[in-house]
Design a protein around this ligand. Structure first.
Ligand code: FO1
Length: 338
């Protein structure tokens, strides 16, 4: 049975692909109709054979429309790869595996972009065609803002070349999020939000890239409450797509001098965005790290992070319960807002 809505306010979820696929559908249900806007990272986007591919946006939309290949963590369920094989037969590199059904999304998106529509409009159209009307899904930026990766040996490469092409297994010196204007709809949603959630996504190349966009960190700092969710869960070693994400997160956090743990992620946010996060949700298996999280100035809240519905209920409750106590923290955030 669906739980009753627990907040009367509006919430914005900032997210990457897998973290958004995990939390967005359940959080939309937990908050109730019309309460959630999902702002999705575009730093992972790439041009592939002339087509615009937006992995995180597609992963979130496929998840919300029940089409995500959950085991793989990206692309469409029951996918085929005939075009990839044909490209390989023509001597084209096949490191980036676009499936045949997924290809249709990239064809339509690219056609609409070339016709002059913004990415925000294109995402709205794709969501509409997939019957996703709630939550609202918007890209963090309308113009391409690709993240670059500086490898430990000094070479510079695109995010997907490192993440997929090198399996996120090559050491990194730094991630370089692109600067650029945040999309108007994304900024407007954050400005109207009572609470902003930093989802269980990569803190560097998903959340960090969104907050690096012009005006975004300042807009988030003005929200009544900011809740961050740890993507890092101790105990059981991850497998499959989650293990690939965890490898990338470990490498990118290490490049910023932080460890891949709930306390490491809290410390990363505290150092990169001082005073921004009020409440930090971490897995119950990491309860022993709660004191370290509290030492950063954030209020630790325990949840079952790997269970989408349980996590969503905890996040929804955290978004509604202590807005008044969070408001004095706006003084702290003046460091960010100027
Ligand atoms: N991830 C992979 O590990 N291998 C792939 O070949 C791959 C192809 C791909 C195509 C379309 C798409 O939307 C996503 C795709 N992903 C692939 C996932 C993507 O690289 C990552 O999940 C994110 O960018 C990291 O959040």
């Amino acid at each position: 049975m669906t739980a009753p809505p627990v907040t009367g306010g509006r919430t914005v979820l900032l997210t990457g692909g897998l973290g958004g696929a995990h939390l967005a559908p359940a959080l939309a249900r937990a908050l109730g109709p019309g309460r959630l806007t999902v702002v999705v990272n575009v730093g992972d986007d790439l041009d592939w054979h002339g087509l615009r591919v937006c992995p995180d946006l597609d992963t979130v939309l496929y998840s919300l429309s029940g089409r995500l290949d959950a085991e793989r963590g990206w692309g469409v369920v029951d996918e085929t790869f005939v075009v990839r094989s044909a490209l390989q037969a023509l001597g084209e590199p096949a490191w980036f595996g676009v499936g045949d059904r997924d290809l249709a999304t990239h064809l339509v998106r690219t056609e609409l972009l070339r016709a002059g529509h913004t990415l925000t409009e294109v995402v709205a159209a794709l969501a509409g065609r997939a019957w996703v009307s709630d939550p609202l899904v918007v890209p963090a930026a309308d113009i391409p803002c690709p993240t670059h990766i500086e490898l430990a040996d000094g070479r510079r490469t695109g995010f997907q070349e490192w993440y997929v092409g090198m399996g996120a297994a090559v050491p990194v010196r730094a991630a370089e999020p692109a600067s650029g204007p945040a999309a108007g709809a994304a900024l407007a949603a954050v400005a109207a939000a009572d609470a902003v959630v930093l989802g269980p996504s990569n803190p560097v190349t998903s959340i960090g890239t969104i907050l690096a966009l012009d005006g975004m960190a300042e807009a988030v700092a003005r929200a009544g409450l900011v809740v961050a969710v740890s993507p890092s869960v101790g105990g059981v070693p991850p497998t499959g797509a989650v293990a690939h994400h965890a490898r990338a997160r470990r490498e990118l956090l290490a490049a910023s001098g932080d460890e891949d743990s709930a306390a490491g992620v809290a410390g990363h946010y505290a150092r990169c965005f001082p005073g921004l996060v009020d409440t930090f949700v971490l897995d119950a298996a990491d309860a022993s790290l709660a004191a370290e999280v509290a030492a950063t100035g954030m209020r630790p809240v325990l949840a079952r992070v790997l269970d989408p519905r349980g996590l969503a209920r905890t996040v929804a409750a955290a978004c509604s319960e202590n807005c008044p106590t969070a408001r004095p923290r706006r003084a702290v955030r003046r460091r960010l807002t100027g």
